[in-house]
Write a protein that binds this ligand. Structure first.
Ligand code: PMV
Length: 309
């Protein structure tokens, strides 16, 4: 029997509703399987060590460390599995850009939980994986809605309301989005903290913006469920206007959004925390190539096309 266990988790995009989702409004998110985080667990020397191979970082896991998110997810998972503390090496590789709105932190945590469960011979339900990863998401994001861990642990499109049971929904007609990366890393925690600071100063104004975002999300769900894909582009544009109001866009994001629209995308918006990271544009089979090329010309360091189904 092999003593090496590997598990993977996908990335995600928020199609509609980021930031407002922290304040109880709904959001729609979908998995992005073109990017993945993988964790490999194998017997090690002394103690428990994590290698984040892509960023050349190693962490010794102390049973009492809970500040470091990598150590925290290992400790929480071993506790949950009721395992003795083994000598292990855990290697992480990921093609998901860090701090870029694609759920890199939640995906790395999810891959670690699944690989450790395999190693211990346990079978964890998606709901258990989700709950463990959520604990660590709080370290990454500060105030967090839990949307990233949910869409990644279940790996299906979700209609998410903070604190409520998972709702999946039918995609009546699959559609494509192009995801453009500005190349600017932007920690979600900072954008979320700044929105919180603004909300503290002027709650009425922020709550009104969140209400308008919530209304867009509900319309988007109805459009996706009825196959009215042509309604999604304008809804993305409206969502982006409100994200600008929340001051989470950036010059680089706006440049890519404008380029996508000029190249024929029927709508575009930033995804995730914002201020950098990735944006999405609604594309179809006729304009997917021209929109992708326009995004690269406008400075995107990477473009991924994914289908929502
Ligand atoms: O930046 P990301 O991909 O981690 O997305 C965060 C989404 C927010 O709504 C901004 C925060 C949250 O916890 O929901």
């Amino acid at each position: 029997m092999s003593s090496r266990f590997s598990a993977s988790a996908c990335g995600k995009i928020i199609l509609f509703g980021e930031h407002a989702v922290v304040y109880g409004r709904p959001a729609i998110a979908a998995p992005v399987t073109q990017v993945q985080a993988t964790a490999t667990v194998e017997p090690g020397g002394h103690g428990l060590i994590i290698h984040a191979a892509d960023i050349d970082r190693s962490v010794m896991v102390d049973p009492h460390t809970s500040i470091d998110p990598l150590a925290a997810i290992v400790n929480l998972t071993l506790e949950h599995l009721n395992c003795p503390r083994p000598d292990l090496e855990i290697t992480i590789r990921s093609t998901i850009p860090i701090a870029s709105g694609l759920g890199s932190g939640a995906a790395v945590s999810t891959a670690i939980v699944r690989a450790l469960a395999q190693w211990s011979g346990a079978r964890l339900e998606d709901a258990e994986v989700n709950a463990l990863v959520y604990e660590v998401e709080k370290l990454y994001h500060g105030t967090t809605s839990g949307i990233d861990n949910t869409v990644i642990a279940y790996q299906k499109p979700v209609y998410f309301i903070r604190g409520e049971a998972l709702q999946t929904f039918t995609v009546a007609q699959p559609f494509k989005v192009a995801i453009g990366n500005t190349g600017v890393a932007s920690p979600t925690k900072i954008a979320v903290g700044d929105v919180r600071a603004g909300w503290e100063v002027d709650r009425a104004r922020y709550e009104a913006w969140f209400d308008r975002i919530g209304a867009i999300v509900r319309q988007a769900r109805a459009a996706i469920e009825s196959g009215a894909i042509d309604r999604l582009g304008p809804l993305m544009d409206q969502n982006q206007v409100l994200l600008r109001d929340l001051d989470v866009s950036s010059v680089e994001l706006e440049r890519l959004i404008f380029a996508a629209q000029q190249a024929g995308a029927s709508g575009a918006k930033l995804v995730g925390g914002g201020r950098g990271g990735n944006m999405i544009a609604l594309v179809n089979d006729h304009n997917v190539e021209s929109v992708s090329a326009a995004l690269r010309d406008a400075g995107a360091v990477n473009v991924i096309v994914t289908e929502i189904k």
